[in-house]
Design a protein around this ligand. Structure first.
Ligand SMILES: Cc1cc2nc3c(=O)[nH]c(=O)nc-3n(C[C@H](O)[C@H](O)[C@H](O)COP(=O)(O)OP(=O)(O)OC[C@H]3O[C@@H](n4cnc5c(N)ncnc54)[C@H](O)[C@@H]3O)c2cc1C
Length: 448
């Protein structure tokens, strides 16, 4: 560990949130909204949102898929959507299959929304600053950070690790499984956006069904060296623009800089193979071109912390609501697998029955932890369960629960792993979280 004694003090805070992705932003917001304790949010890049703004434009997980959609998430995730709605930077993309209806947003506006929500609260907000080491002084944690000013430390009573890669837990010596250890890790994807697309022509020619056929033909006949036969392209919040989840880079670890470098290069290479394919083969795309690649290659899973509870595939497929649930999930298992069992495409498994399960509190508490929570894509789940429970409506819900849990733990002097979950559920319900499956289908006309 770096010797922290002589490092400059950046701040002392009650609650430190590491990483301003969808989970971390909401964790900091829900904790700060209680107005009881100081909250600090630290992010390595120059903007908030993590994957939500680095590469995506659709929140999944608000609704269950299928012809009887239920809205299973509420509270802070709704507030984020409401802010986007104020400027018209949002629309619903109805879908009865796949991950269900998506909430489509302008990712550049979302950066601004995260900024504004954070600045309207009392959160101490620090960008361009990376966690590089962790120490402990009595009951307080020392987060050691690096930015262009050099090394510095933040002293905190409670920590929420929302780094996506569980960097805090890793550096603190907490146990985790690394993706790829038991099952192949989910693949990496550089997303890209194209402009000057004639979307009316594209839809007239058959839209996504037609696109799927063209991709299959391109792979089978070898006209374009696409990495897979599937892949999606959907309209964006800007006229004549589409966004894709198509690139597939497998077998490289996002935790090893040399392999991640190879993955970034390969992801960009594949994106331009797709550009050529779209122009040559897809009606409406002849005059289109790539106008943006994701800020970095998309990472679906790296470290998954071993928590007080580990969510399993059986629990997801049971459709049960455990008594200590802190949010609901109706997203199917969507495994972007790497050729497992000869399959080279995305593997889907839907939640039976009402299509919803509840996620226990222990999934956001590292095993034995008294003052640390872990939220977002590094929470405690097996590979399959994680492949269902990683949509952004769920990562925001984890953040919301952890923020309130950290406050409760300070007020009541309760260790994280012995928290009164009934009291936490009451706080969650007070701010609008959904913990019971709605009895009625969601009427999309009620949206906003
Ligand atoms: C290609 C791809 C497509 C997807 N498609 C969808 C979709 O369409 N809809 C959907 O709902 N979900 C989708 N998902 C899943 C979902 O986006 C993620 O599971 C979710 O965004 C993860 O959020 P997070 O906050 O846990 O992590 P992240 O978004 O990864 O945020 C972590 C944050 O921590 C910061 N950070 C990391 N390390 C440090 C450090 N050491 N110090 C300081 N800061 C640090 C990062 O810069 C980042 O801002 C997709 C994921 C991928 C990769």
């Amino acid at each position: 560990m770096l010797n922290h004694l002589h490092l400059p003090l950046i701040a002392e805070t009650d609650i430190l949130v590491i990483g301003a992705g969808s989970a971390g932003c909401v964790a900091a917001l829900s904790a700060a909204a209680e107005k009881r304790f100081s909250v600090m949010l630290v992010e390595r890049y120059g903007f908030p949102g993590g994957t939500s703004t680095q590469m995506l434009d659709t929140f999944y997980g608000f609704f269950t898929p299928g012809s009887s959609p239920r809205k299973v998430v509420g509270g802070w995730p709704d507030r984020v959507v409401n802010e986007l709605h104020k400027t018209g930077d949002i629309f619903l993309r109805p879908n009865t299959y796949g991950a269900g209806t998506g909430v489509n947003y302008n990712p550049e506006r979302l950066k601004r929304v995260w900024d504004q929500l954070i600045l309207q609260s009392s959160i101490r907000y620090l960008l361009h600053t990376s966690l590089v080491d962790v120490g402990q002084e009595g009951e307080r944690f020392i987060g050691i950070f690096w930015n262009k000013g050099g090394f510095g430390k933040v002293v905190a009573r409670r920590v929420i690790d929302a780094s996506g890669d569980a960097d805090f837990c890793h550096l603190a010596g907490l146990a985790y499984e690394t993706a790829g250890e038991h099952e192949p890790a989910q693949s990496l994807t550089t997303t890209f956006r194209m402009s000057n697309v004639d979307l009316e022509w594209y839809e007239r020619e058959g839209g996504k069904k037609m696109l799927a056929g063209k991709m299959r033909t391109a792979v089978e006949t070898g006209t374009h060296a696409l990495p897979r036969k599937e892949g999606s392209a959907h309209r964006m919040n800007a006229k004549g623009c589409i966004s894709t989840v198509a690139v597939k880079v497998s077998g490289l670890s996002a935790l090893k800089a040399d392999e991640l470098t190879q993955a970034e290069v390969e992801g960009r290479r594949q994106a331009f193979v797709y550009e050529e394919f779209f122009r040559d083969a897809v009606p409406g795309f002849a005059q289109s071109n790539i106008i943006g690649l994701s800020h970095q290659i998309g990472v679906r899973e790296t470290r998954r912390v071993y928590g007080e509870h580990r969510l399993t595939k059986d629990e997801c497929l049971s459709g049960k609501l455990p008594t200590d649930r802190i949010f609901l999930c109706g997203a199917p298992i969507e495994d972007h697998r790497q050729g497992l069992n000869g399959e080279d495409e995305t593997h889907w498994e839907y939640i039976p029955g009402a299509g919803v399960y509840g996620v226990p509190y222990g999934t956001i508490v590292p095993k034995g932890s008294q003052s640390v929570w872990v939220v977002g894509r590094c929470f405690s789940a097996t590979h399959d369960a994680h492949a269902s429970c990683r949509s952004m409506a769920q990562t925001m819900s984890m953040g919301q629960a952890a923020g309130l849990a950290a406050v409760q733990s300070l007020v009541q002097d309760e260790p994280a792993n012995q928290l009164d979950t009934k009291a936490l559920q009451d706080s969650l319900c007070r701010i609008g979280a959904v913990l019971e499956v709605p009895s009625k289908d969601y009427d999309y006309d009620d949206w906003q």
